[in-house]
Design a protein around this ligand. Structure first.
Ligand SMILES: [Cu+2]
Length: 233
């Protein structure tokens, strides 16, 4: 591939990436966890692209400036091998960047991994070959009203409904092999392991229909192991 074609391809990829990210970021967040995760992603990605472009530009500059030319077969007689100021800078600046990313990552983890003490709903997610079963217990009265009145408990397979804004504690169990509960639009994936109960949480913010998949290969019909989450006002 020629250099021109390669740089054209890189430019197109970058533009597509920004269009994709722009579309993702301008959309309203579907959960606090998703919002925190995307903010961290962008906090890392945007400077990483800048640093990547800067480093590539330095490499291109060095390659062009110090390329072998006609009659130029030996290196400089007195090459500079140390530059304390430069070496200090390229040690301290990345260290500062890593500390900032580390702090931001821990803040994101506090948001995504702190399970609410007083959830509105406890949702038991039961994974079976090859379907999802849901036990929904409404912990607080008055959080859900349908036309006939108030539910306190529901058991469904393949789909469940939640009201937007409810704090949901998740209790995930597998009854056979390893599965993984993947709520695609929420950027949310958690393993469901036999013999071990995983707990997590989510808070759906936007009404809509969301696809659930199994993200761990769990047998030949693994691909059929889907379900849906309906979020209503
Ligand atoms: Cu599965």
């Amino acid at each position: 591939m020629s250099g021109l074609r390669r740089s054209g391809l890189a430019t197109v990829s970058l533009v597509l990436l920004f269009v994709f990210l722009g579309g993702r970021v301008s959309a309203d967040p579907v959960s606090p966890g998703q919002e925190a995760t995307q903010q961290l992603f962008l906090l890392v990605l945007v400077p990483a692209i800048g640093i990547g472009v800067f480093v590539m530009a330095l490499v291109a500059y060095a390659v062009l400036k110090f390329r072998v030319r006609k009659g130029h077969t030996t290196g400089p007689l007195n090459p500079e091998t140390h530059n304390r100021r430069l070496e200090t800078a390229w040690t301290i600046i990345p260290a500062i960047i890593l500390v900032i990313v580390g702090i931001a990552a821990f803040q994101t983890l506090i948001t995504t991994d702190t399970i609410p003490q007083n959830p509105d709903v406890i949702l038991q997610i039961n994974a079976h070959q090859w379907y999802w079963n849901f036990n929904i217990t409404y912990v607080r009265n008055g959080t859900w009203l349908n036309s006939t009145g108030q539910f306190s408990y529901e058991n469904t397979t393949g789909a469940f409904t939640l009201k937007a804004g409810l704090l949901v504690k998740l209790v995930l169990r597998s009854f056979d092999v390893a599965h993984s509960f993947y709520l695609v639009d929420f950027d949310f994936k958690i393993d469901v392991i036999p013999g071990h109960t995983n707990t997590y949480w989510l808070q759906p913010l936007q009404p809509g229909d969301y696809v659930i998949r199994c993200a761990e290969f769990c047998g030949a019909p693994h691909w059929t192991m889907t379900a849906s989450l309906h979020v209503v006002r």
